[in-house]
Design a protein around this ligand. Sequence first.
Ligand SMILES: [Mg+2]
Length: 233
Amino acid sequence: MKNIRHIFFDLDNTLWDHRKNAYLTLKEIYRRENIQKIYRIPFEEFHKEYFTINENLWAQIRDGKITKEYLRKHRFYDSFMFFGVDDEALGLRFEHNFLDEILSYNELVPGAFEILEYLSEKDYKLHILSNGFHEVTYKKAELSGIKNYFQTITSADEINVRKPQPEIFRYALGKAQAQRDSSVMIGDDWIADVRGAKSFGMAQQVFFDVFNDEFSGDGIISIRKLDELRNYY
Ligand SMILES: [Mg+2]
């Protein structure tokens, strides 16, 4: 085993359960806006469509094809458009309320607390490296009660370069005073987290394979549950 000292975690859907928190937030806004009654679109159907559209837009942000302003303007508007509802104001209202309210839900991915406790007791230096919005990354860590486990928290927004670009890894390791050959990246995005960290030259990469995608690559560790990290660290 290599001499790993620094563990960098992706935040959304690796530690902070974005999918679950987004679902709960949206369900509440949907209810308040009376959407089901007005437009006759069942929430589960709307959510399914929103989920796909949102994931696609985030992949485009990661690939540098669109800006986050574009995403904010479009994810709800496009979701309603799918059901034939053309209402820009409604989309923006959802966006605004969504970002405000999602922070009142702070479900963590199962096993997150336990693994952070385990790793810090073993004296690893823990860090967050997120592609999420700067305004919310820090708050998510704080409000969910995991902030104190981390030596540094880095959001790609700080330098406006996102994973998988090598510059953001260089920046985060610099902040952490960590060397590549003693650092590992753990995340649920095969391209941003795993391929990004590998091509930057971090010593190890762990793919958190929540959807059983079964991507694999030379030397890459794959886990289905956070608890499996105990087998490696
Ligand atoms: Mg993620």
